[in-house]
Write a protein that binds this ligand. Structure first.
Ligand code: TQI
Ligand code: CA
Ligand code: ZN
Ligand code: ZN
Length: 173
């Protein structure tokens, strides 16, 4: 079953059109950005929310970036595996991904010259869909195939919202 964060934080009722931006220093390719577009679309399909990319990182509601190790928010990343990403509940909108993971898109590693191990491959879209759930106010679910279930096997892809995820987000919006 789905859950919410303590106090049930959510984006306010007068804010249904959310903007997002990528950290400028990350210099992300279009392939990577499209994965986030697909992940946001899954949630906008089942809610009155819309998500639009804007250029300004400063003024975006949702700020997405890849960071390594300590990145000054008190929750340092830890290299391959362990913590993959974290997102803060509404209305913080910070969405950080561990830049040291072996991220894959549609089964292919994001080319960056690092040593790549299939044993630690992490599907970027699966993590994006899960973290957006947190950004919208969902906590973890006890339903094993729900997007908001708290574990994901290495190399596993899980991107389709389940009924449990949909019922949870529709209770908020
Ligand atoms: N990051 C945790 C997560 O997003 C951060 C976290 C731990 C957390 N406890 C929490 C967030 C309680 C909200 C509430 O769940 S993670 C997965 C999954 C992670 C894990 O790096 O462990 C995904 C990030 F579900 F696969 F295990 C994304 Cl998809
Ligand atoms: Ca990590
Ligand atoms: Zn962070
Ligand atoms: Zn989670």
């Amino acid at each position: 079953h789905y859950s919410f964060f303590p106090g049930r934080p959510r984006w306010p009722a007068n804010k249904r059109d959310l903007t997002y931006a990528f950290a400028p220093q990350n210099g992300l390719t279009d392939d990577i950005k499209i994965v986030f577009t697909r992940a946001f679309d899954r949630w906008s399909e089942v809610t009155p929310l819309t998500f639009t990319e804007i250029a300004s990182y400063q003024s975006a509601d949702i700020k997405i970036g890849f960071f390594s190790g300590d990145h000054n928010d008190g929750e340092p990343f830890d290299g391959p595996m362990g913590t993959l990403a974290h997102a803060f509940s509404p209305p913080a909108g910070h969405f950080h991904l561990d830049g040291e993971e072996n991220w894959v898109i549609d089964g292919a590693p994001i080319a960056d010259g690092n040593f790549f191990s299939i044993l630690s491959a992490v599907d970027l879209e699966s993590v994006a869909v899960h973290e957006i759930g947190h950004l919208l106010g969902l906590g973890h679910s006890s339903v094993e195939d729900a997007i908001m279930y708290p574990t994901l096997g290495a190399g596993t892809r899980r991107v389709e919202l389940r009924n449990d995820d949909i019922l949870g987000v529709q209770e908020l919006y």
